[in-house]
Write a protein that binds this ligand. Structure first.
Ligand code: NI
Length: 175
């Protein structure tokens, strides 16, 4: 089932999601629906808060350069993910399904180690670099109610918010 993706400035996007206590059918069906929704929207990551669910659940499918068009190859469900180690810095032009049409250079750790549960409830530790590391940080941020524009300097963030507001107003006036 396709889910509605909340768009900035929907206040729900600021919600800090709650830990999943039990990986039951509701959580599994949420993940299935999120996968369908992410592929439909042509995203590489989606967090439950973006579809209006305050649970610490996210999915990722970050392709390598050679595999841009293949889906499902790296599909990774994350349940209660947390960053346990981060190193280095990297700047990457990020976008977000909740802020369509806008991108900005965001500074993040270049390498992270995360701890997460898989669908069977097993603890997994994953080391990530490159776009995979960036996407992991972006999705975990969503679960804490943080958008990529919140990671910009104050000046850049205000400029960006003004641009987004203007484009929403223009859309509202369009016939
Ligand atoms: Ni996003």
């Amino acid at each position: 089932m396709l889910l509605d993706i909340l768009k900035y400035p929907d206040p729900f996007l600021k919600t800090r999601a709650e830990k999943v206590a039990r990986i039951d059918d509701a959580v599994k069906s949420l993940i299935n629906n999120m996968v369908e929704t992410m592929y439909h929207a042509k995203g590489i990551g989606l967090a439950a808060t973006q579809v209006g669910v305050a649970k610490r659940v996210a999915i990722l499918d970050v392709p390598t350069d050679e595999e841009r068009k293949e889906r499902g190859k790296h599909l990774l469900p994350l349940i209660n993910p947390e960053i346990i180690l981060s190193e280095g810095t990297v700047v990457y032009e990020e976008g977000c399904l909740s802020i369509p049409g806008f991108t900005a250079d965001v500074t993040r750790a270049s390498m992270v180690v995360i701890r997460t549960l898989d669908l069977e409830g097993q603890v997994r530790e994953i080391t990530a670099e490159g776009l995979f590391a960036i996407a992991l940080q972006h999705e975990i941020d969503h679960l804490d109610g943080i958008l990529f524009i919140d990671r910009l300097s104050r000046l850049k963030r205000e400029m960006m918010k003004r641009k987004i507001r203007k484009s929403i107003e223009a859309e509202d006036k369009a016939l």
